[in-house]
Ligand binder design. Structure first.
Ligand SMILES: [Zn+2]
Length: 507
């Protein structure tokens, strides 16, 4: 596609991407609830929107990317009951809730950096925006779309549904929601309708995280923070709202309702908070959903260390990134050791291709253009751009990179023959190939880190082979042989040539 198209969950179709106020783009993505370490599902969502962020920037947009940190209000149960996730961890670990939030936020940032993620432009915390949340809740109350019971405030879904459509994003119908959940609304619930959700909860005596409000000493509900923080930093109506498909209902549906319920006037009226709603799909394990409650949620740190009964080996963060990018973000990805090992091999092949690409000197040989090779390289950028324009299809973009590998290998290998492409085409292709890999796909860290390791190894081997040749010159055969044998044990082979000593790692 020659212009960017994105699949919009709100309209259920692929649409041409036209920002509200170009060249600016505002993007909000639901971030982590910081009560535990991130798992593979978190990585997929973060990687998906890291790609969106990178590609929009590469396309010339000026992007403000906001990703929140949920440190209050996310209860264990979607029905607005149960303990706060952060507070529960604080109780178990005997820490201050803010210590829990900080600890897991730090870990999250560290894991995301390992996975090659760019930091968002703003990372607002729910606890830093309590006053703003109280203000918006008051507006919703004033507009008649919320009610108070015993100091708690609930969003009045049926009242809202008379003027707007609750279910516009998820396609659910309020009557069905009522039928589905009638049994769940047991005695003791303060809600008038099962679909209603908490905007403010009065704190029980044991609840530590509490703030003053006009209604009670309490804390905000989970959904309200995202409406409040997204519109505070991006405006009442902004371009992109992203998140995992598991957040589509009730979290994002509730966000849309809150936004419409407080914006009764002005340009954002009835605009459903964001123009494009993007959702990444889930990661499964042997076809099953992965989740903490299912006992098969593997933490990212466990992948990095290999320390988990389901893992056969450790996996480098970039292998995981590459594995995730090899699928389109809207399809499910089935994780298995075999799939990750295949990604590891694929990444190795790509790494070798990149190394060769860097080592080719197009000026060193006579040129005899081979139309097939020339065409493969000349169309590279347009092909990859078309794939990325088609709803960020990284899977096809990577496949196109693989198609260029045999050409790279051919140009690299036979240095005695002629060069099959024009130097101009080659030079442009090399720049584009690197830009796609490093900037668009964010895979740069691998090659850089691997490159640094290689430089270090080269340097060390230089020192060792030099010491060995000094020993040989001094006819100290015992030391020279000892060096060779010790290197042999490390699978490093030496080859003495008239010009010095070569070395290679035996595979
Ligand atoms: Zn959210």
């Amino acid at each position: 596609m020659d212009a960017l198209h994105v699949y919009n969950s709100l309209t259920r179709r692929k649409e041409r991407f036209e920002p509200i106020n170009p060249p600016f783009v505002g993007m909000y993505v639901c971030g982590p609830t910081v009560y535990g370490n991130a798992h593979l599902g978190h990585a997929r969502s973060a990687i998906t929107f890291d790609i969106v962020f990178r590609y929009l920037k590469a396309s010339g947009y000026q992007v403000r990317y906001v990703r929140n940190v949920t440190d209050v209000g996310h209860l264990e149960n979607d029905a607005d009951e149960g303990e706060s996730k952060v507070e529960k961890q604080a109780r178990i670990q005997q820490l201050e809730p803010m210590e829990v939030a900080q600890l897991y936020f730090n870990n999250y940032i560290e894991d995301m950096a390992a996975l090659g993620m760019l930091r968002p432009s703003i990372e607002p915390r729910a606890t830093g925006h309590i006053l703003e949340q109280i203000e918006v809740i008051q507006q919703i109350l004033d507009h008649g779309y919320a009610y108070e019971v015993n100091g708690s405030i609930y969003f009045d879904v049926p009242a809202y549904n008379k003027d707007f459509s609750y279910g516009i994003l998820s396609g659910r119908d309020l009557d069905n929601m009522l039928a589905e959940s009638r049994d769940n609304l047991e005695g003791g619930s303060e809600k008038r309708h099962p679909a209603d959700f908490a905007l403010w909860k009065k704190a029980s005596p044991s609840h530590i995280m509490r703030w003053n409000s006009p209604w009670s000493v309490g804390f905000p509900g989970w959904h309200i923070e995202c409406t409040v923080m997204s519109t505070k930093y991006l405006g009442e109506w902004y371009d992109i709202h992203g998140g995992g498909m598991d957040l589509l209902f009730p979290h994002h549906e509730a966000e849309i309702a809150q936004s419409n319920a407080c914006n009764l006037h002005g340009h954002a009226h009835g605009k459903n908070e964001a123009k494009y709603w993007l959702h990444n799909n889930m990661i499964t394990y042997e076809g099953q959903k992965m989740g903490k409650s299912l006992g098969n949620a593997i933490g990212l740190r466990e992948f990095f260390s290999g320390d988990h009964p389901l893992l056969e080996q450790p996996y480098a963060p970039m292998t995981i990134r590459f594995f995730i990018l090899q699928a389109h973000y809207r399809s499910t990805v089935d994780f298995s050791n075999a799939a990750l090992q295949a990604a590891e091999r694929g990444l190795q092949r790509m790494g070798e291709g990149l190394k060769r690409l860097a080592g080719i000197d197009p000026q060193a040989r006579a040129v005899a253009v081979n139309p097939e090779l020339e065409q493969n390289l000349a169309s590279f950028r347009a092909d990859v751009t078309a794939h990325m324009n088609d709803d960020f299809n990284t899977a096809k973009a990577i496949a196109r990179m693989y198609e260029a590998l045999p050409v790279i290998n051919q140009l690299y290998k036979d240095s005695s023959s002629t060069f099959g492409v024009s130097p101009e085409t080659f030079t442009t292709f090399r720049q584009d190939f690197l830009a796609v890999w490093q900037d668009w796909l964010g895979m740069g860290a691998t090659t850089e880190a691997a490159g640094q390791q290689e430089d270090l190894l080269d340097g060390l081997m230089g020192v060792i082979t030099e010491l060995r040749s000094q020993a040989r010159q001094a006819k100290d055969w015992a030391v020279a042989d000892q060096i060779r044998d010790r290197l042999n044990a490390l699978h490093i082979k030496l080859e003495d040539t008239p010009d010095g000593t070569d070395w290679y790692v035996e595979k």
